[in-house]
Design a binder for this molecule. Structure first.
Ligand code: RIB
Length: 291
């Protein structure tokens, strides 16, 4: 079983050709509410690829909360670790512009996911072969989960997004860290190539449409992305993380897991919404086979 512990959001998406300047009103193209949240996205990515997946997280006591809970259950995710809090469900305000995005995340119930809830679900964590974390839940909760996983020798994949609250002293407790270029710089204050050399076999840097890079042994390995036409890049990083965990869980080497995740992420941008383009395993192999 893979366990994702993280955020569950409703994405409130506006597509626009023009970004408003301060004080200006412009006309947008479309408005959609669609399931998201880095934790939920990564759980859906794993579920589509076919590994057993469970989620621990929190939704609010509103209509978004019910909709997202039902949606995750329909995606064949074990939702027994999702709690309903007396709060609003987390949302992400997403502005789409020129195949790129800008996101404002409002945590709501995600920030109610405290250490007591984690302790109440400790058995679910102990049953996991790998735990996936991101940074849209409270920092003390992340630290508590890292300690539990260290105590029980459970591998942790941590996707440090958003990166601002990441603490470098966690590195000893993390098996795989998957920042993008910017997050790498925010956390370590150095360019990603310098950082990779300090953490061989541990950090995989995602580079957007340039693919991904890591050090296996002593040299930097760059895995180029599969070139495709992007409709919506939201959730590409989440697809990479879910697919990487699925591949490791399925027994692939780290090298093969990065290649697999890279293809999955490139497929994910071909459809609208964070979860809309997340592929099945057959779809990933079909594209891999063509290359
Ligand atoms: O990584 C994409 C996700 O970030 C969106 O789905 C949004 O909810 C934000 O959390």
């Amino acid at each position: 079983m893979i366990t994702v512990i993280g955020s569950i959001n409703m994405d409130v998406v506006v597509d626009t050709d023009i970004f408003p300047r301060q004080g200006e009103t412009v006309q947008g193209k479309s408005f959609t509410t669609i399931p998201g949240g880095k934790g939920a996205n990564q759980a859906v990515a794993v579920a589509r690829l076919g590994s057993p997946i469970r989620m621990i997280g929190a939704v609010g006591n509103d209509s978004f909360g019910k909709e997202l809970y039902d949606h995750l259950a329909n995606e064949k995710i074990d939702v027994s670790g999702i709690v309903k809090m007396n709060n609003s469900t987390g949302i992400a305000n997403i502005l789409l512009h020129n195949q790129d995005n800008r996101i404002i995340f409002v945590p709501g119930a995600n920030f109610d996911l405290n250490v007591e809830i984690i302790d109440a679900n400790i058995q679910l964590i102990r049953e996991s072969k790998i735990v996936i974390l991101q940074m849209e839940i409270p920092v003390p909760t992340i630290e508590h989960i890292l300690s539990i996983c260290e105590k029980h020798s459970i591998p942790v994949l941590l996707n440090p997004a958003p990166a601002a609250n990441f603490r470098k002293e966690w590195m000893d407790k993390i098996t795989y860290l998957t920042p993008n270029e910017t997050e790498c710089e925010v956390i370590f204050g150095e360019d990603w190539e310098t950082v990779l050399k300090q953490y061989p076999n541990k950090i995989i840097v995602t580079l957007g449409d340039e693919g991904a890079a890591y050090i296996n042994g002593t040299e930097i390995i760059r895995v180029p992305s599969f070139k495709t036409t992007a409709v919506d890049t939201t959730g590409a990083g989440d697809t990479f993380n879910g697919a990487f965990a699925h591949a490791i869980y399925s027994g692939k080497t780290s090298d093969d897991a990065v290649k697999f995740a890279n293809i999955a992420a490139s497929l994910s941008v071909e459809k609208f919404g964070a979860q809309g383009g997340m592929p099945t395993e057959e779809e990933v192999y079909a594209r891999l086979g063509g290359h």
